[in-house]
Design a protein around this ligand. Structure first.
Ligand SMILES: Cc1cc2nc3c(=O)[nH]c(=O)nc-3n(C[C@H](O)[C@H](O)[C@H](O)COP(=O)(O)OP(=O)(O)OC[C@H]3O[C@@H](n4cnc5c(N)ncnc54)[C@H](O)[C@@H]3O)c2cc1C
Length: 421
């Protein structure tokens, strides 16, 4: 049996938004490359999101510069299939040389000559460079406290599709970032009894004084922040584009009927216990919300903008009983809970990349995506260069930077003196 061998300069692994953006920039610089994708273009948007998910940012913002979302208002929040279609169309428009259905199994540096040998499900690639664009949210994380032998149905938010998937009875949603709050809201609206476990979070207003929060984060320079504030490394953002977009308001969710609880602490045979930190977490989320309003007001004043005042944005509903008199433990049978959804995030998985580009914790070691192993680049990681790095618009700019670094390296490598010729 012969093994197919493909030679190219740069291999981009993964054809999500990161891989597509990377290809666009390499093409612009005339750098030969191939994109390999184990599934379909933008697979994560097709099969790893729930059915009703829409983008968290409006269509004018959550896109690449080279193409608008066809057939929709720039202020609308497009559905996840439309996002996936967008990247597939984009890849066609920019003639991305993608091979779908090809999985990278391992990549190793050559010994004694330059470049890498990449073993895939469709043969070997001999390449000078690798861009790992396999996604920031690859392996769903369920914390070790999860009950092991429980009769409860447990699933990660990556596997949640719609309320019909769940058995009759109540549900505990653990995690109140954008996924957890949106799933809890959907389940409650579908008639389920829902408990939502709320940890530390930021919750920007959906819009303020006639501008979406994506605009505010842009003009205030917050998307460009190079690093998270100390102590906020694990703070998730709770936003929602659902039903035309709205501010995530935990008091409102409670009024609607969602039972709020603090951070999930531990499980015993039939019970779960929560930390007594709900009021604290809600107060910190409020402070984050109000700080954005303050910054926006100051920006408007400083720049003399004519944007309508919105004093009602500072009015909160009274604290519901679940905040003032928190539930600290629940018996599953008594509460009628039959399932748990873990909206507890993801980690990256670079087990295929056998090079010296990782630190002791096995995390990628890089500066703005340029790794400590020459010729290996990472794209799409949280805070790769800035807050925006995992988001659609942000990854495009990171890809541009990495393409430039690749072009610079190629120039050095191609240099020859007249003596060499
Ligand atoms: C629920 C949710 C909602 C989100 N909503 C938004 C939003 O509204 N706006 C926004 O800007 N961002 C959003 N994001 C963040 C981000 O835009 C997405 O996570 C996006 O999918 C990341 O793109 P990516 O290309 O980096 O990774 P992915 O889209 O995950 O693409 C990586 C690709 O690599 C492939 N791959 C992996 N391993 C291999 C291998 N060994 N060989 C070959 N191929 C491989 C995968 O099949 C996949 O297609 C959201 C994230 C989540 C989880």
């Amino acid at each position: 049996m012969t093994t197919s061998v493909t030679e190219t300069d740069t291999l981009i692994v993964g054809a999500g938004q990161a891989g597509v953006a990377m290809s666009e920039h390499l093409t612009r610089l005339g750098i030969p490359h191939v994109v390999v994708e184990k599934n379909r273009i933008a697979e994560s948007w097709r099969s790893r999101r729930w059915d009703s998910l829409v983008a968290n940012g409006p269509a004018w913002h959550d896109r690449f510069p080279g193409m608008e979302f066809p057939g929709c208002s720039p202020d609308s929040f497009v559905g996840k299939e439309q996002v996936a279609d967008y990247f597939a169309t984009y890849a066609e428009k920019y003639q991305v040389p993608v091979r779908t259905g090809v999985e990278v199994l391992s990549a190793e540096r050559n010994v004694g000559h330059a470049g890498f040998r990449v073993q895939t499900s469709a043969g070997v690639f001999n390449v000078q460079r690798i861009v790992a664009a396999t996604g920031p949210f690859q392996r769903p994380v369920i914390p070790p406290i999860a009950p092991q032998n429980s009769a409860l149905l447990q699933m990660h938010s990556a596997d949640y599709k719609n309320p019909q998937q769940l058995p009759q009875g109540g549900v505990l949603v653990v995690g109140a970032g954008s996924s957890g709050v949106q799933i809890a809201d959907e389940l409650q609206r579908a008639g389920k009894d829902v408990w939502l476990s709320v940890g530390a979070h930021d919750r920007p207003p959906r819009a303020y004084r006639n501008r979406d929060f994506c605009w505010w984060l842009g003009v205030l320079g917050l998307w460009d922040a190079a690093a998270n504030q100390p102590g906020k490394e694990h703070v998730t953002i709770a936003v929602s584009g659902a039903r035309g977009g709205h501010t995530v308001d935990f008091r409102h969710l409670a009024k609607q009927g969602v039972n709020l609880v603090g951070l999930t602490q531990s499980f015993s045979e039939n019970c779960v216990s929560f930390r007594d930190d709900l009021a604290f977490n809600i107060a910190n989320g409020d402070a984050n919300y109000l700080s954005l309003l303050d910054a926006a007001d100051a920006y408007i004043e400083r720049n003399g903008l004519d944007l309508p005042p919105e004093p009602q944005a500072r009015e909160f509903l009274p604290d519901p009983a679940c905040i003032t008199d928190p539930i600290l433990s629940l018996n599953f049978a008594e509460a009628g809970i039959t399932s748990i959804i873990w909206a507890t995030g993801y980690v990256a998985d670079y087990s295929w990349l056998k090079v010296n580009a990782f630190n002791e914790q096995q995390r990628p070691q890089h500066h703005r995506g340029v790794s400590s192993e020459p010729g290996v680049y990472f794209l799409g990681l949280p805070w790769l260069s800035r807050r925006g790095s995992t988001f659609i618009w942000g990854v495009w700019h990171d890809a541009k930077f990495i393409a430039d670094q690749i072009a610079i390296q190629r120039q050095y490598q191609q240099y020859q003196t007249s003596d060499d010729l």
